[in-house]
Ligand binder design. Structure first.
Ligand SMILES: N[C@@H](CCC(=O)N[C@@H](CS)C(=O)NCC(=O)O)C(=O)O
Length: 206
């Protein structure tokens, strides 16, 4: 049975589709209409009590959280190609920026948008401008997070930056824009993008 991805093209699952294309594994999409609340139905909630997308089912295993799903796919289906080996020191950089996306970029953007007043010292995401400067430092002198080699960290970290820039939540900088252009040129990204566009059309969303 192929992997199943609970999916909607207007969700983070659109980025997970890119991760699946990079990993090169077979998968089926379980279209879940988040605009009509289908994600809170028993089919998904029994698998992921959060009732959120993306949720991936691989045999008996359920994985939620977009970053965790991407890292899982790389470790399980593309070790050495999309994920550094467990004893490779590059793994530290790979994990660092992969986790920076959901634990620092996302909440910093949310805090700024919502006008949250938080103490920088206690908020794990610090300040918005420090987050931006840190994210830039990850790719300032290199093509990808790991240097010249693309990895699943770019799907997570770069995909988050792309998403935030698309939705005008992060101001594009020359460094971010050039990086995302390199990511957009990947064949797997283009396949995923074409499928996401086709799904939007099929669902009458554009
Ligand atoms: N922490 C989760 C966030 C997942 C999430 O918030 N998904 C949104 C779509 S992008 C969703 O399913 N929203 C519908 C809802 O919460 O009812 C992740 O990183 O995957």
């Amino acid at each position: 049975m192929p992997i199943q991805l609970y999916y909607h093209p207007y969700s983070r699952a659109a980025g997970t589709l890119w991760a699946l294309e990079e990993a090169g594994v077979a998968y089926d999409l379980v279209v879940t209409d988040i605009l009509k609340g289908a994600q809170k139905g028993p089919d998904l909630v029994t698998r992921n009590p959060m009732g959120k997308l993306p949720t991936l089912v691989d045999g008996e295993l359920v994985v939620s959280e977009a970053a965790a799903i991407a890292l899982y796919l790389a470790d399980r289906y593309a070790p050495g190609r999309l994920a550094p080996a467990l004893d490779d020191p590059q793994r530290g950089t790979y994990l660092r920026w992969s986790l920076f996306a959901p634990s620092v970029i996302e909440p910093a953007v949310m805090a700024k948008g919502a006008g949250w007043e938080v103490k920088e010292m206690s908020a794990g995401w610090g300040r918005y401008d420090t987050m931006i400067a840190s994210a830039e430092s990850a790719i300032a002198d290199r093509d990808f997070v790991l240097g010249s080699a693309f990895s699943m960290a770019d799907v997570v970290f770069g995909g988050t930056l792309r998403f935030m820039m698309d939705f005008k939540q992060i101001e594009p900088t020359p460094t971010f824009t050039a990086y995302v252009q390199r990511l957009d040129a990947r064949a797997a990204y283009q396949r995923a993008n074409a499928r996401n566009q086709a799904m939007r059309k099929e669902l009458g969303l554009q």
